[in-house]
Design a binder for this molecule. Structure first.
Ligand code: BES
Ligand code: ZN
Length: 851
């Protein structure tokens, strides 16, 4: 195949590897530019194998020698791997390769971050370490010897011994190569201990570089212990090694990685302190630690047969970490936050050129499929399944899953079979959620006569790339009914919508009820219903389902803003009154009030306009947002100082959900206050803050008002040697910039001495903030498009994976007017035509352009 014709992989082509791997022994002779990797692998041909091709993946490796049963062999080597003639009986393969960790800026395989050796093997990075059948259904035990002069040298499993210049590790659990890890460097540990429910003592460590990071491990350690307890209590799952290590690294493409017994974390996802981390950071860190820990069973003990099944482990583990966060914090708040993220990340994906089902059927580069659809929609699908079969059946099915499939590499079919066997329910139609892309629309109509209320639901899903027609799915619609006086007359009931159009009746009602539909957001769909703002306000005041109360407020906020954008209307007075009432209602949870007070994002308004057939004008959306917030601030003027005082959290900082909720509300109030008092209160808060949440909130309010120059400089002076805090500083300036200044602000920051193209966190701080500033990114000048495109072209040469992911910033381009479309198209064509473009980026740009 010609080098420039990208190869596509298909789910339907799956064939097992023809050999069992009985054991793997690896020796690493570490050296920054010339690391030697010696492998000794025992292969046994499978008796029943249809295909006995002996092909080992290998990329960017320099083969020094290869032997079979001690005899030199001369395999046929390409840039993808090697093939070799092998015996028909079990044999030992030995190879020595040389790799260059210091030159590895792609951060995949073995690389160096801050003078520390570390690895990232998922999905297909192990092939950059040595020749191997690098596929998740090949599982084996690994014994690893590390030779080098690093003070700390870690790998998976349990320590077998160490001495001057060497360390040995053995992982007794068979695993796919993507879970392999190695870390070596000058590291110190923050220790902990956990006793499992059956009495086994597990040693826990969080490893960091000596220095200030040592003081940022305590919270992560507590989160780890909480996760271990929770998984025992809720799923009955115990940890299975003597040791659990977490390492923090500064240069990492993703958030964190669940390598067996040796999790590797982006330092931003594990290190926390009150002075340097916000409440949102604390919540996220707790969730990610839980997520990676939970993978030990959902991902590691039971893994994926192939990468098409990625949502088997990721969707389930996201679902589990969301359950954990609900239990640790607030269930409704977590649900609302997740739905906000789903709509911000997954809905645009599902409605655009990158749409794919939670289980894709083809890919060129698997790294491009670690998407919101695989993760978040994958988790939503499990939530629907749980709702359909009930809690008891859900846990029964999971118990069966762990019993039946422990030690295996599984498929979505295996997963659904377990539910069918445990519950007797036919899941044929449910399975469509895994194979169909696109967000279903559910259109609601209603009728009331003689005490009977009829709800008619009609589902349809717009076409997505490669899927013009969609069959009706099973959609669990959680519905409750309220009487006109605000009492709940029907508690939540799950209606199962299975047809294209279906009616449900409720008898014995004294008056026409107000329906509360899709409670808890029981399915990832878009609800279409003709209703009034008065009814939304009624639900905001009376619904017993907290999610739907927020949803009513959110829908109302959107309608008000849409009217402002489309008709130039003034902000609706009744809505402002309802908001005012809620903000001042001290009986309501502060976190909930903060959420209701947070306006829908400008991207969300743009998306809604698009869904309704309009072409969004980013500048108009921005102006409406500004006018709205200003009007709200004025409406609340007299109560703001009191509210600010009443919601200020006194005393030493604690990252718990209650205090965080109060601070979130306090922050919303401060940002409104800043629009009226010229920034006086925010400046006072900034000066007095003893924690990052309050410091950051004050700085953001000031910068938004263009009154924060002094504080921004002070912030820089205070924190310039803390990389994670500096990421906030970079991002905030771009996030707060007015539309016409956004691109220039970002461009200037790319020339800052602390801008570092090679550090994904820093690159994302700048360009994630640029793409996230809706009106700034889509400013009619097109400057932001150009800036992003040029930087993506430059980054692609260093780090294709991060470049490709950031191309998604362009995925919504077809929503906008012809002028913007042609500006974006030109920039994407430049990327597509860049010489030597990576396979990763090429796939993303091609898919987006071909829409
Ligand atoms: N297995 C992934 C990490 C990963 C993703 C490795 C893509 C290689 C390629 C890990 O379990 C994960 O999902 N991490 C998430 C965070 C999580 C809380 C959803 C991440 O890194 O963003
Ligand atoms: Zn994961």
């Amino acid at each position: 195949m010609a080098k420039d014709t990208p190869q596509t992989f298909y789910l339907k082509d799956y064939t097992p590897f023809g050999y069992d791997v009985e054991s793997v022994h690896l020796t690493f002779r570490l050296s920054p530019e010339t690391t030697r990797v010696l492998s000794k692998i025992r292969f046994a041909p499978k008796a029943d194998a249809a295909d006995k091709t002996f092909f080992l993946h290998g990329e960017d490796l320099q083969l020094i020698s290869a032997k079979i049963d001690g005899q030199e062999v001369a395999p046929e080597v390409t840039d993808k791997g090697l093939s070799c003639d092998v015996p028909g009986a079990p044999f030992t393969w030995e190879a020595e390769v040389e790799i260059n960790p210091a030159g590895n800026t792609a951060l995949e395989g073995l690389y160096m971050s801050n003078r520390m050796y570390c690895t990232q093997c998922e999905a297909e990075g192990f092939r950059k370490i040595t020749y191997y059948p690098d596929r998740p259904d090949v599982m084996s035990t690994f014994t690893v010897r590390i030779e080098g002069d690093e003070p700390v040298m870690l790998s998976n499993g349990n320590p077998m011994g160490h001495g001057e210049g060497w360390a040995e590790w053995h992982d007794p659990w068979p695993k796919p190569a993507y879970l392999f890890a190695l870390v070596a460097g000058d590291l110190v540990n923050h220790p902990g201990q956990f006793t499992t429910k059956s009495g086994k003592v597990v040693e826990l460590n969080i490893w960091v570089r000596p220095g200030p990071d040592e003081g940022k491990c305590a919270f992560g350690m507590e989160a780890l212990k909480k996760s271990m307890t929770w998984d025992e209590e809720v799923y009955g799952l115990e940890y299975d090694l003597e040791l659990f290590n977490i390492v923090a690294v500064d240069d990492f493409n993703m958030g964190a990685m669940e390598n067996k017994g040796l999790n590797i974390f982006n330092s931003s996802c594990v290190l926390a302190s009150p002075e340097t981390s916000t409440d949102a950071n604390f919540e996220r860190i707790e969730a990610i630690i839980a997520h990676e820990y939970f993978h030990n069973w959902t991902g590691n003990r039971i893994t994926c047969r192939d990468w098409f099944q990625l949502c088997l482990k990721e969707g389930l583990t996201v679902f589990r970490d969301a359950q954990f966060t609900s239990d640790m914090r607030s269930e409704p708040v977590k649900r609302i936050e997740d739905v906000i993220t789903l709509r911000a990340r997954q809905f645009p994906e599902d409605g655009g050129p990158l749409a794919h089902p939670p289980r894709p059927e083809e890919f060129q580069e698997i790294n491009n499929f670690y998407t919101a659809t695989v993760y978040e929609k994958g988790a939503e699908v499990i939530g629907m399944l749980k709702r359909l079969v009930g809690d008891e059946n859900y846990y029964k099915a999971l118990k069966l899953y762990f019993e039946r499939h422990d030690g295996q590499a599984c498929t979505i079919e295996d997963w659904l079979q377990v539910f069918e066997d445990a519950t007797g329910r036919d899941l044929q139609q449910f399975k469509l959620w895994y194979s169909q892309a696109g967000t279903p629309r559910v259109k609601v109509s209603e009728e009331y006569a003689d005490g009977t209320y009829t709800l008619t639901l009609e589902q349809s899903t717009p076409p997505t790339p490669g899927q013009p027609d969609k069959a009706p799915r099973v959609i669990p619609m959680a519905v409750g009914l309220l009487s006109p006086n605000g009492d709940e007359v029907r508690a939540t009931e799950v209606l199962e919508l299975t047809e294209a159009k279906q009616s449900f009746t409720f008898d014995g009602l004294a008056a026409k009820p107000v329906p509360s539909i899709l409670r808890e957001f029981s399915a990832p769909v878009i609800l279409e219903r003709d209703t009034t703002n008065a009814e939304r306000a009624f639900l905001l005041a009376h619904d017993t389902d907290p999610f739907n109360r927020w949803e009513a407020g959110n829908a109302l906020a959107k309608e008000v803003r849409l009217a402002m954008v489309l008709d130039g209307a003034a902000p609706d007075g009744a809505y402002l009154d309802a908001l005012e009432k809620l903000v001042r209602d001290d009986d309501q949870d502060p976190a909930f009030r903060a959420l209701v007070l947070s306006p829908p994002s400008q991207a969300d308004i743009a998306q809604t306009l698009f869904e309704r057939g309009y072409t969004p004008d980013p500048q108009k959306i921005y102006d409406a947002a500004e006018t709205f917030t200003q009007t709200l601030a004025q409406q609340l003027e007299t109560s703001l100082p009191r509210l600010y005082a009443a919601t200020t959290v006194e005393g030493p900082y604690a990252p718990d959900a209650d205090s965080a909720g109060k601070r979130a509300l306090n922050g919303r109030i401060l940002s409104l206050l800043t629009r009226l008092d010229g920034g006086e209160q925010a400046a006072r808060q900034y000066a007095a803050a003893d924690n990052m949440t309050q410091q950051y909130t004050a700085l953001a309010a000031l910068m938004k008002a263009e009154k924060g120059d002094a504080q921004s400089q002070a912030f820089f002076d205070q924190w310039n040697d803390d990389r994670l805090v500096m990421d906030k500083w970079f991002a905030l300036q771009i996030a707060c910039a007015a539309p016409q200044k956004t691109a220039a602000t970002a461009a200037a920051l790319t020339n800052h001495a602390l801008f570092d193209m090679k550090n994904p966190n820093r690159f994302r701080a700048v360009f994630g903030a640029l793409a996230g500033n809706h009106a700034g990114f889509h400013h009619a000048s097109g400057e932001a498009y150009a800036l992003l495109a040029e930087n993506l072209i430059a980054l692609d040469k260093l780090n294709p994976q991060t470049t490709a992911r950031m191309c998604a910033a362009f995925q919504t381009w077809k929503r906008y007017d012809a002028g913007r479309q042609s500006l974006i198209r030109a920039r994407m064509s430049r990327i597509a035509g860049a010489p030597g473009l990576s396979r990763d980026t090429n796939e993303m740009i091609t898919r987006i352009l071909d829409a």
